[in-house]
Design a protein around this ligand. Sequence first.
Ligand code: SF4
Ligand code: SF4
Length: 382
Amino acid sequence: MYFSYESVITNPRRYPQHMRTTRREFLKTTAALGAATVYTLYARDIASVFSAAAEGDIHTIWFQGAADAGCSISLLQGARPDLIDAITDFKLSVDFHPNIMFPEGEAATSALRDAAEGSKPLDVFILEGAVPEGNFGTVGEIDGKPVTMETWVKQLASQAQYVVAVGTCATSGGIPGAYPNPTRAKGLQYYKQEKGGVLGADFKSRAGFPVINIPGCPPHPDWITLTLSDVLRGFAPHLDNYQRPTAFFGSVVHDKCPRLGYFEKNQFASKFGDLQCLWKLGCKGPITYANCPEIKWNRGINSCTTFASGCRGCADPSFPDPPSSPFFKEIEAVPAPLGIDVNLVGETIAAATAIGIGAHALRRFALKGRQGTTTETAKEGA
Ligand code: SF4
Ligand code: SF4
């Protein structure tokens, strides 16, 4: 039998006074059990937290295109700040979120319509999921006619002070946009590595920003909440050439990987469970920009390369197409735009180590060209 949080917390027989906890403590504790479980069992309680924020000053719309709600689930695991802090400290008013808002039907779509028409302010428009072309994706109706996701997205983005794409689907197409992409789904301002997307290469929000991209499948919750907190405090996050905050996407996973020492000694795992570097088992850490090994997942417990799976390249704009796939195949010669041939670097490092040259320094030298391009482009776009 399932007891709602409210029914347990308010029933003295089930929950004596000395055992009671605040909603904040409750959410913090249950979040540690796993976001998906919490999300499923306590969606109504979480919804009431959002509705409590409805008197806030900052108006936010979280819209979902072609997606599985994984980014929303990830957000619920946020720790620095957690979701409650994010809402209360930044006075977020979440006017629309398809999973956790109370209103439904006309009451729900009217919040979208008001924001899209500009009759209510829209401070931050957040998109989760890719945007399929035309009638491949619709949300609600106006005058009895279905409204396409593409239409909503373009109208809402045109009204927003800031536009934030959350997750690789929203940033560059992700899984819905994977080859052969039958619905012609794209990200907001990119499709794969190509600039343009649904809003076009020249799009700027009302505050003068391009789309702020937070890739990942899903993105780390702290990437989302900390970027939002930056934006809402009036700080412009420094973005790279894919419009990602450099604070989180400024270096490749490989740079901070705890298995880096094995890579540099040319010691590679031959099966999952081995301690050595996972490159030959298909790890995409050397080409994927994200600070996962540093920030770690599940409130700082672990990350993909610390654990045995290796990086799947989920934050790379190519994901899930090459070069982030095939997932379990060693990266072959990395294309020129990335500025580095990982195979070559691996071999060169092994040779350099043998003659006493610092392998890590050499690898950094090899990556330098790629990083330099990124920074320069970001500055140009700033
Ligand atoms: S290839 Fe993967 S497992 Fe090996 S050091 Fe780089 S990020 Fe870590
Ligand atoms: S380590 Fe790679 S696959 Fe894992 S979450 Fe980070 S970017 Fe995604």
